[in-house]
Design a protein around this ligand. Structure first.
Ligand code: PMP
Length: 482
C-alpha cells in the first residue's frame, strides 16, 4: 500500500468512547464520521453516500446523532420486513434472553430452532415444503448461496452453472461468480469459474431490442436453444440460479410466464432450479415468497435477510432427493443463532397472521401508480417498475435521445444527486442497477399510508431538485448508454 493512502497523523481523529459507553454517550456525529473514514476499509459502501450516524430507530424512522429524523427506505438492504425495533421481534429477543436458553449451540436441536423451522416450512409453497430439507448456513445470504451451489454440484455430479445478466447473489467466491458484475470478481484472480450467462428479461433495456412479452419470449428461446445445442459450448449444468425480482440489478421483476419457462426448460433437462429469495422473501414482493406469483416450484430456495427478524440468519431449503450430502459436508460455526431464530420465527408468524404480503401488494401497487404519474411529468425518470414494496426508478439523461425502444442513457451522476437531495429531505434511499442509476425503495411492509405519502412527496421533491440542478449545470451530466 502506498503511504499516501494513510491520512497524515495530524488529521487522524482522537479515539472515540469505548463501545459499551458509545450507545449512551453524547455523541459528536462529525467526529464519528471522521473516525470511520480514517479507520474503516476503502470498500465501505452505504456509509459513503449516507453520512448518517443512527442512534435510535423505530418502524421506518431512523434518528441520527445530529437529531435529524429520516424515513428509511433502505431497511437494512431489504432485511427489516417489520421496520426497525418492531415490538414483535423485540419481545421474542427479550423473552429468549430472559429464559436462560443458550444463545450459541452450533447446529444442535433446540425448541427455538424447531419452532423457527416449523414456521418457515409452513410459509413455503406446499408442494415444496412437503418433502423439503433445510441446511442452516453461516449467517449471510452469500453463505446460503454458496451452500446451494455446492449442494446441486454434489447432487448432480456436474459443475456447470446457469446464471443471468444483472444477477446479484453475494460477495463470496461462488456467489460472485454467479453474479453479473465481472468487475466485482476482479480480486478473485482466476479462481472463480464463470457460469453460462443467460439473458434476464429487462423490458426497459431489452437485450434483443424487443421489450415486453416478446423480449421475454426470445430470452427463454435463447436459453432453450443454447442448452439443446450439442455444440453450444455449455458444460453439463448442476443448476440454474435466478432471482424472481433482481434487486441489486436494478429492481427488475422476472415475468411470471418467463419464470415458468425457466422451470420447464430446467425440469426437462434434470437441472435443479435454485431460486434466490434472499431479498424477495417474506412478503416483500406481495406474495410470501416471490416465486409464488408464478406458481413455480423450485428445487432449491435460498433464504436470508428478513427471515432473521433483523438478526443474521441464512438457510438453504431444498427437495429431499437432493439431500445426498455426507455428514459434515457443509458446516460452519455460526449456524445456530438462537436470537435470530426466535426473532425470525416471530417475524414470519406476524407477516403471515397480519397478511403483510397482501398489504405490500396493495400499497406497492398504489405507490407504483403514483410514481408512474410522476414519470409522465419528469423526463429524468426513464422507467418506473417493481413488485410489492420492492420499487425502482431508473434515472436517465433527460435531454438525451432515446433508443428505438424509448430508453435514454443511464444517468448515474443525476441518480446520486437524487439520493443526496432525498437525504437532505429526510429520506434514505439507495441506488442499484447497471450503472448505479436506479433509485431503489425497500420500505418495511408495516409502512403506513401516511408514511408512504411522505416518501413519495420527498422523492418527488428530490427528483425535481436534482433535475433542476442538472439542467443548470450541464457539465455534471454523465450519461452512460445502458
Ligand atoms: N442474494 C440476493 C438476491 C441479495 O440481494 C443479496 C444481498 N443483497 C445476497 C444474495 C447476499 O446476501 P448477503 O449480503 O447477506 O451476503
Amino acid at each position: 500500500m502506498s503511504p499516501t493512502v494513510l491520512p497524515p497523523a495530524a488529521t487522524v481523529p482522537a479515539p472515540g468512547p469505548a463501545a459499551a459507553e458509545a450507545a449512551t454517550a453524547i455523541v459528536d456525529p462529525a467526529a464519528i464520521l471522521a473516525r470511520q473514514a480514517a479507520r474503516e476499509s476503502a470498500a465501505r459502501t452505504y456509509a459513503r453516500s449516507l453520512p448518517v450516524v443512527p442512534v435510535r430507530a423505530s418502524g421506518m424512522t431512523i434518528e441520527g446523532a445530529d437529531g435529524r429524523r429520516y424515513l428509511d427506505c433502505l431497511s437494512g438492504a431489504g432485511t427489516l420486513a417489520l421496520g426497525h425495533n418492531h415490538p414483535v421481534a423485540l419481545q421474542a429477543i427479550r423473552e429468549l434472553l430472559d429464559s436462560g436458553a443458550p444463545l450459541h449451540v452450533l447446529d444442535l436441536a433446540t425448541p427455538v430452532k424447531d419452532a423457527f423451522t416449523t414456521e418457515l416450512f409452513a410459509s413455503l409453497p406446499e408442494e415444496f415444503a412437503r418433502d423439503a430439507r433445510i441446511q442452516f448456513c453461516g449467517p449471510a445470504g452469500t453463505d446460503a448461496v454458496e451452500a446451494a451451489l455446492k449442494l446441486v454440484r454434489t447432487a448432480t455430479g456436474r459443475s456447470g452453472l446457469l446464471a443471468f445478466t444483472g444477477a446479484y447473489h453475494g460477495m463470496t467466491a461462488g456467489a460472485l461468480a454467479a453474479g453479473g458484475d465481472s468487475a466485482a470478481r476482479a480480486g478473485l484472480g482466476g479462481s472463480a469459474s464463470t457460469p453460462v450467462r443467460l439473458p434476464f428479461p429487462y423490458d426497459y433495456r431489452c437485450p434483443f431490442g424487443l421489450g415486453g412479452p416478446e423480449g421475454a419470449r426470445v430470452s427463454a428461446r435463447w436459453t432453450e436453444s443454447l442448452l439443446a445445442d450439442p455444440k453450444g459450448g455449455v458444460d453439463p449444468s448442476a443448476g440454474m440460479i435466478v432471482e424472481p425480482v433482481q434487486g441489486e440489478g436494478g429492481v427488475v421483476p422476472a415475468p411470471d410466464g418467463w419464470l415458468r419457462e425457466m422451470r420447464r426448460i430446467t425440469s426437462a433437462r434434470g437441472i435443479p432450479l435454485i431460486v434466490d429469495e434472499v431479498q424477495t422473501g417474506v412478503g416483500r414482493t406481495g406474495a410470501f415468497w416471490a416465486v409464488q406469483h408464478s406458481g413455480v416450484v423450485p428445487d432449491v430456495m435460498v433464504v436470508s435477510k428478513a427471515v432473521g427478524g433483523s438478526l443474521p440468519l441464512a438457510a438453504v431449503v431444498y427437495r429431499g432427493e437432493l439431500d445426498v450430502w455426507e455428514p459434515g459436508a457443509h458446516a460452519g460455526t455460526f449456524r445456530g443463532n438462537q436470537l435470530a431464530m426466535a426473532a425470525g420465527a416471530a417475524t414470519l408468524r406476524f407477516v403471515r397472521q397480519e397478511r403483510l404480503a397482501e398489504r405490500a401488494a396493495g400499497l406497492g401497487e398504489r405507490m407504483l401508480a403514483r410514481l408512474r404519474a410522476l414519470h409522465r411529468l419528469l423526463p429524468a425518470m426513464g422507467d418506473v417498475r417493481g413488485r410489492g414494496l420492492m420499487l425502482g426508478v431508473e434515472i436517465v439523461e433527460p435531454e438525451a435521445d432515446a433508443d428505438a425502444l424509448g430508453a435514454r442513457p443511464a444517468a448515474p451522476g443525476l441518480a446520486a444527486a437524487v439520493r443526496q437531495e432525498a437525504l437532505r429531505r429526510g429520506l434514505i434511499v439507495e441506488l442499484g442497477g447497471r450503472h448505479s442509476s436506479v433509485v431503489r425503495l425497500l420500505p418495511p411492509l408495516t409502512m403506513t399510508d401516511e408514511e408512504a405519502e411522505a416518501v413519495l412527496e420527498r422523492l418527488a421533491e428530490a427528483l425535481d431538485a436534482a433535475s433542476a440542478a442538472h439542467r443548470t449545470v450541464p457539465a455534471a451530466r454523465s450519461g452512460v448508454r445502458g
